[in-house]
Write a protein that binds this ligand. Structure first.
Ligand code: PAF
Length: 279
């Protein structure tokens, strides 16, 4: 396994694979890898000849009061995990390497589906994601790129951007990896105190209860209200609890496949989760 820190180095490392027409699979990450990321790498390994994983904490997707500075940077540990998964190349550029010293004048904004859910709480976040993912796609030029379904809205934004801009890449969504107690794996789980870690699985439990209740005929509005009150009673400050169809359009009732979305803070840690429910 190689680690490249420059665009030039990565391009040189991929040259032979491109000449030999090998399929390139790409897993973009911000590092501090957990089983969720490693599942993406395993999927890439199954489908592609060459697997590239980027590790880059992207400053432009963090708001001014968010955790850019404190976001965990664990390159040595990540490298070891990726070597064990059979990753071929890590691309770990600096901010300077990715953004240079000239002001960036180009933005990428995916309309409508970025206006609500996490987009409402984190203005500019999805533009920052769209820009860095486009830059990484242009640098790596993969055939396939792998994203976790935990960031469902992000996955929808990337799929929409790739479709709208005719990017020649197939986007693969990979199911959420969960701890044994149901908590969706996230690098931000590391911020949780022992007490909050005990409470955090209530998010998934409330989503599963909601699924059961919906399937038994309870009204969607009631089910959403119950998730909110369960979370508040457990000590969360709820950002949103919403239902959408799989394309992220609003739904009034459970008369089609839906996705339930939760974002909630426990202490100072903001957690997100979602559950796809078929009708
Ligand atoms: O999901 C993430 O880790 C990031 O948003 C991504 C896709 C690597 C872009 O920085």
């Amino acid at each position: 396994m190689k680690t490249e820190t420059t665009i030039h180095g990565l391009t040189a490392s991929l040259h032979a694979a491109r000449q030999a027409r090998k399929t390139i699979g790409f897993v973009p990450t911000m590092g501090n890898l957990h089983q969720g990321h490693l599942n993406l790498v395993r999927e890439a390994r199954k489908l592609c000849d060459v697997v590239v994983v980027s590790i880059f904490v992207n400053p432009i997707q963090f708001g001014p009061n968010e955790d850019y500075d404190s976001y965990p940077r664990t390159l040595d540990q990540d490298s070891q995990l990726l070597a064990e998964e059979g990753c071929d190349i890590i691309f770990a550029p600096s901010v300077e390497q990715m953004y240079g010293s000239q002001p960036r004048l180009t933005n990428i904004s995916v309309g409508q589906i970025t206006n609500d859910l996490c987009g409402a709480q984190r203005p500019g976040h999805f533009d920052g994601v769209a820009v860095v993912v486009t830059k990484l796609f242009n640098i790596v030029q993969p055939h396939f790129a792998f994203f976790g379904q935990k960031d469902y809205q992000q996955l929808a934004v990337i799929k929409t951007m790739v479709r709208d801009l005719n990017m020649p890449i197939e986007i693969i969504g990979v199911p959420i990896a969960r701890a044994e107690d149901g908590l969706a794996l996230s690098s931000r789980n590391g911020y949780l105190s022992a007490e909050h870690r005990q409470i955090a699985p209530v998010i998934y439990q409330s989503l599963k209860t909601a699924e059961t209740n919906l399937k038994q005929g309870q009204a969607l509005t009631e089910v959403l209200a119950e998730i909110k009150s369960t979370l508040s009673d457990a000590g969360f400050v709820v950002d949103y609890v919403e239902a959408r169809n799989p394309m992220l359009q609003a739904v009034e009732q459970f008369d089609q496949d839906i996705v339930l979305f939760v974002a909630a803070k426990i202490g100072s840690t903001r957690l997100i989760d979602n559950l796809q429910i078929s009708h």
